[in-house]
Design a binder for this molecule. Sequence first.
Ligand SMILES: *[C@@H]1O[C@H](CO)[C@@H](O)[C@H](O)[C@H]1NC(C)=O
Ligand SMILES: *[C@@H]1O[C@H](CO)[C@@H](O)[C@H](O)[C@H]1NC(C)=O
Ligand SMILES: *[C@@H]1O[C@H](CO)[C@@H](O)[C@H](O)[C@H]1NC(C)=O
Ligand SMILES: *[C@@H]1O[C@H](CO)[C@@H](O)[C@H](O)[C@H]1NC(C)=O
Ligand SMILES: *[C@@H]1O[C@H](CO)[C@@H](O)[C@H](O)[C@H]1NC(C)=O
Ligand SMILES: *[C@@H]1O[C@H](CO)[C@@H](O)[C@H](O)[C@H]1NC(C)=O
Ligand SMILES: *[C@@H]1O[C@H](CO)[C@@H](O)[C@H](O)[C@H]1NC(C)=O
Ligand SMILES: *[C@@H]1O[C@H](CO)[C@@H](O)[C@H](O)[C@H]1NC(C)=O
Ligand SMILES: [Zn+2]
Length: 326
Amino acid sequence: MHCLPAVAVLLILGLLCGCVDTATVHEWCYNGDVCGPSAWITKPFGSCNGTRQSPIDISTDRAQTDQNLSQFSFSDYEDKHIMKEIVNTRRTVKVILNDSVEITGGGLQDSYHAIEFHLHWGNLHSVPGSEHKMDGKHFPMELHIVHFKKHYNYTLAMADPTGIAVLGFLIEATDDKDTPLSWKLLTSKLDDISHNVTSAHLNLSLSLDDLLSGVNRSKFYRYPGSLTTPPCQESVLWTIFEEKIHVSKDLIDLFAKRLVHYPKAAVNITNIYRPVQPLNSRTILASPGTKAGPLLTTGNVGGAPRLSVPSTWLLVVTTAGLSFLR
Ligand SMILES: *[C@@H]1O[C@H](CO)[C@@H](O)[C@H](O)[C@H]1NC(C)=O
Ligand SMILES: *[C@@H]1O[C@H](CO)[C@@H](O)[C@H](O)[C@H]1NC(C)=O
Ligand SMILES: *[C@@H]1O[C@H](CO)[C@@H](O)[C@H](O)[C@H]1NC(C)=O
Ligand SMILES: *[C@@H]1O[C@H](CO)[C@@H](O)[C@H](O)[C@H]1NC(C)=O
Ligand SMILES: *[C@@H]1O[C@H](CO)[C@@H](O)[C@H](O)[C@H]1NC(C)=O
Ligand SMILES: *[C@@H]1O[C@H](CO)[C@@H](O)[C@H](O)[C@H]1NC(C)=O
Ligand SMILES: *[C@@H]1O[C@H](CO)[C@@H](O)[C@H](O)[C@H]1NC(C)=O
Ligand SMILES: *[C@@H]1O[C@H](CO)[C@@H](O)[C@H](O)[C@H]1NC(C)=O
Ligand SMILES: [Zn+2]
């Protein structure tokens, strides 16, 4: 953020991962009938019953190759000093990124600046933990790097159907103990935030490129979707990469073992992912080079589907935002 007031920063930290509870967005959770994903589709939780919700199952043989999904350009993904703070939000762990980090290309019409990254996991490496599935298969963990359209603040990003670009990476478990070094370094910080809602300053020499090592970032899938936590705003252009990040079982297990929150007593943070949602009428696009289906003939499906924004939407979002002031 360039010079956003503290309130705006709170909004961003709050709604993206739900670490601030509000009157407008109901107290939500991942496990349980009252506040879990099956309850999110009711009104108090926001737009979670919409028609372009996330996550989804990416069926690669039904995806349509689109030549316009060109290579991304990544700015400051190689910078080893852009991770500023690590936060235990009680529902995930997230790392706040410097806003000099940017992406362009990849079939996106605009450039987008990074806000934070966070993770979704299950309960140790042997059970599902990813939000997206690929060809019906869950993975133990998933990394989301969240970007807002350039110059957008939270309010504007949420109100624009293409306001947010999230890069999603599926994480596969390996037997190679303590690897890769980048993930060992990141997980070494989990103990600093293992209790209550806490955050810790980061002074790691670690880049996003380091965390994404081994993934060919020219092979990806694209679809229009939503935030995967309430209020489930339908303002996200999703990119899910075909290749997986490989992280050892012991490092994956640290997330469920070390991260604890305290509603009343200490509870391990586990199974923090939303189940897959209906695709409805959406088309999943694939970049050239993926194992996806036949080429589209030009003039068929566009890169980023254009949806019209109801005129009341901005107002509603703004009002929801204001409730944070209380
Ligand atoms: C976001 O930016 C818009 C346009 O610049 C501005 O009107 C609005 O007040 C900003 N919202 C916040 C929460 O900073
Ligand atoms: C969710 O949306 C569907 C389709 O529009 C509708 O039939 C259903 O009643 C809605 N569910 C809730 C809980 O609002
Ligand atoms: C963080 O972002 C600011 C503003 O974009 C930039 O001036 C600064 O160099 C960045 N810091 C790092 C460590 O990249
Ligand atoms: C966390 O909060 C709970 C409830 O407020 C409190 O009992 C506990 O001592 C706190 N733990 C730590 C490590 O601060
Ligand atoms: C950050 O790490 C560097 C190198 O390890 C060290 O020289 C510096 O004092 C540290 N800064 C803070 C604020 O801890
Ligand atoms: C969290 O998980 C670890 C390892 O499974 C276990 O030793 C620890 O007791 C758990 N903590 C809580 C509060 O359940
Ligand atoms: C990444 O994938 C593309 C498309 O399949 C391929 O052309 C390129 O050589 C790959 N890059 C690397 C470094 O393997
Ligand atoms: C690709 O982009 C060009 C130029 O923006 C556009 O004219 C064309 O329709 C796009 N093709 C597809 C398949 O989206
Ligand atoms: Zn996420």
